[in-house]
Design a protein around this ligand. Structure first.
Ligand SMILES: Cc1cc2nc3c(=O)[nH]c(=O)nc-3n(C[C@H](O)[C@H](O)[C@H](O)COP(=O)(O)O)c2cc1C
Length: 190
């Protein structure tokens, strides 16, 4: 299984990277190939033309690279912060560049914030966006309050609940990954 791990903060002092490192390791431990798509390392311009609007082999190199990382994926784990109750702009910008690369594959939402609510308002916002993109999100979400203290800088959990809830969350994600992969192999409706 290949999972594209998507993150949306490009802030110098970004904290969500700790949650990303944690989920990257969890997915690897489960045998996934992880394609980490980081808008800081793989920047795209503010949306002008979507990937699909370029003629073949004509898209900018960075867009082509991200497209192939998404295309290869069987599903997506999206790690979102909460900026004014919405998703970070770099995440939305990256998501919007692509379309059929997401189709008929599941997604799973990890949200976080500095405060007590774990970014759940942005998670609800992200769920609507992912549905429109053709990658329905699994029912369980993984919210992480006080993200700066919840992990070490290397992404090791400081809170007991994290391993327990992420196990259930990723078990559920893998169930949908397997189900949708099997169904994709039977053909697509369009
Ligand atoms: C522009 C901006 C808006 C924010 N809005 C919220 C918010 O609506 N709710 C919240 O819980 N935290 C909010 N925060 C605090 C973030 O949860 C916290 O800074 C978090 O570390 C941001 O993620 P990042 O460090 O990965 O960029 C906001 C932070 C920024 C920079």
């Amino acid at each position: 299984m290949t999972t594209a791990l998507l993150y949306g903060s490009v802030r110098t002092a970004r904290q969500g990277i700790k949650a990303v490192l944690y989920f990257q390791q969890q997915l690897k431990d489960r045998g996934h190939k992880v394609n980490f798509i980081d808008p800081l390392e793989s920047p795209l311009p503010l949306l002008d033309k979507m990937y699909k609007e370029y003629k073949s082999n004509d898209a900018p190199e960075m867009m082509e690279k991200i497209a192939s990382q998404l295309r290869e994926a069987d599903g997506f784990v999206v790690v979102t912060g909460e900026y004014n109750h919405g998703i970070p702009p770099a995440l939305k910008n990256m998501l919007d560049h692509f379309q059929k690369e997401y189709f008929f594959k599941p997604s799973a939402i990890v949200s976080y914030s500095a405060g007590r609510f774990g970014g759940v308002r942005s998670a609800v916002h992200l769920r609507v966006v992912l549905a429109e993109l053709g990658t329905p999100s699994i029912p369980t979400m993984q919210p992480i309050p006080k993200v700066g203290q919840a992990f070490t800088d290397e992404g090791k959990p400081n809170e007991d609940y994290i391993n327990k809830s992420s196990k259930r969350f990723l078990d559920e994600y893998e169930w949908y990954l397997n189900a949708m992969k099997a169904q994709r192999e039977q053909g697509l409706p369009y």
